[in-house]
Design a protein around this ligand. Sequence first.
Ligand code: 5IU
Length: 260
Amino acid sequence: MDRLKCTFESRESTTVQPVSRKLFNIMSAKQSNLCVAADVTKSAELLSLAEKVGPYICLLKTHIDILSDFSTEVVEELKNIAVKHNFLIFEDRKFGDIGNTVATQYSGGPFNIVDWADLVTVHGLPGDGVIKGLGSCASGQPRGCIIVSQMSSSGTLTSDEYIKGCCKMAEENAHFVIGFVAQSNISKDPRFIVFTPGVQSGCTSDVLGQQYVTPRAAVLERGADVVIVGRGITKSDDPCSAAKHYKEEAFKAYQERITS
Ligand code: 5IU
């Protein structure tokens, strides 16, 4: 079975990973393969954005350490909004240290990420100790990680060999790894979900090395399952309509992909 040709619905049954199953289920039910990158710096902004885009997304991506007024209440409220609108929470923490260190970063410090984030990102660079370290903190809760295999930024060092290593690491740790952040079709395996950031319509780059493609190109040309859109939505005058637009574009492209 080729990932690119399978429906999200059928892919749910190819895995026992609980977060993958939940995400496939939400994507089918809400007809959404849109993740919003909520790169905002105030708790009130984060919650207001989550309420506005909630109906249109399968996933909300956070960088919790950019909030200038973080409190445990904000993540409690975010969890409630996620339940209300049926989306998952993804903290883009990019863990990249030895297993013992990432375990303490994941389950401690001010953010206690394991308590509220369904998903986190990890770098493959340290080897699979990073995944085992995080997995050791889940203590029965449905949790998973996504391996950053290829980045959207210009000059990224993720070579083909590195990408292959990330794929092998995912296969060997499929109980905790749900997929990849990537910019191309790096895996045919229907269990794994490919998340693609660097998506915006009508803009090809920013001044700090970000590179954009349209949602359509991400899904049809690059093999994205889930498109990650930040400023294309957050900086729009009307984030709600922008989210609706990106959701429709990305899902239409996915429907074309599976039927072509
Ligand atoms: N992000 C990328 N590229 C990557 C990875 C993560 O842009 O390769 I890994 C994050 C950074 C930001 C969001 O949180 O995705 C993209 O935001 P914009 O759509 O505003 O560029």
